[in-house]
Write a protein that binds this ligand. Structure first.
Ligand SMILES: NC(=O)c1ccc[n+]([C@@H]2O[C@H](COP(=O)([O-])OP(=O)(O)OC[C@H]3O[C@@H](n4cnc5c(N)ncnc54)[C@H](OP(=O)(O)O)[C@@H]3O)[C@@H](O)[C@H]2O)c1
Length: 120
């Protein structure tokens, strides 16, 4: 994840290894968080992970999408003001292989879909 995404969490997420990418050579993160300074080093740090995910934000998604083989996307069925975006998914390169719609309910204000895309 990008440094800005990492800093948007109140604390590191449970039960997973965090790899944070920053151009700041002296960037300090809590113990256990792996800090790297290039996308190449981020991928290298994750290479023995059974199921590594690139989890954003917008800058990182943009740089990493050409390297990805699968996209797990949650699309919220509502419109919001936003300043950060997931890149456009080029349907000539990606095919939707799974889609599951969830209605809004007591725990979710908006309906949403879980979508899976694989590279063609
Ligand atoms: N809805 C979602 O699925 C989702 C997921 C993740 C995040 N988000 C949101 O996205 C926002 C953050 O996204 P963002 O695009 O502003 O930032 P970001 O992608 O999280 O982080 C950008 C930072 O990553 C570092 N970086 C980027 N490319 C690098 C490279 N090639 N080499 C080394 N370091 C690199 C730089 O850190 P330095 O400035 O330290 O050098 C840069 O400022 C937050 O609001 C977060 O809540 C949403």
């Amino acid at each position: 994840m990008g440094r800005k995404t990492f800093e948007s969490f109140p604390k590191p997420l449970p039960n997973r290894t965090h790899v944070v990418i920053s151009r700041q050579n002296n960037y300090q993160a809590p113990a256990g968080v792996i800090v790297v300074h290039s996308m190449e080093d981020a991928l290298d740090a994750s290479k023995n992970d059974i199921q590594p995910f690139i989890i954003g934000g917008g800058e990182i998604y943009k740089q990493a999408l050409p390297l990805a083989s699968k996209i797990e996307l949650t699309r919220v069925h509502a419109t919001f003001d936003a300043d950060t975006f997931f890149p456009e998914i080029d349907r000539t390169q990606w095919k939707e292989v799974a889609s599951k719609i969830h209605a809004n309910d007591a725990e979710h204000n908006h309906a949403f879909s879980f979508l899976t895309y694989e590279r063609k």
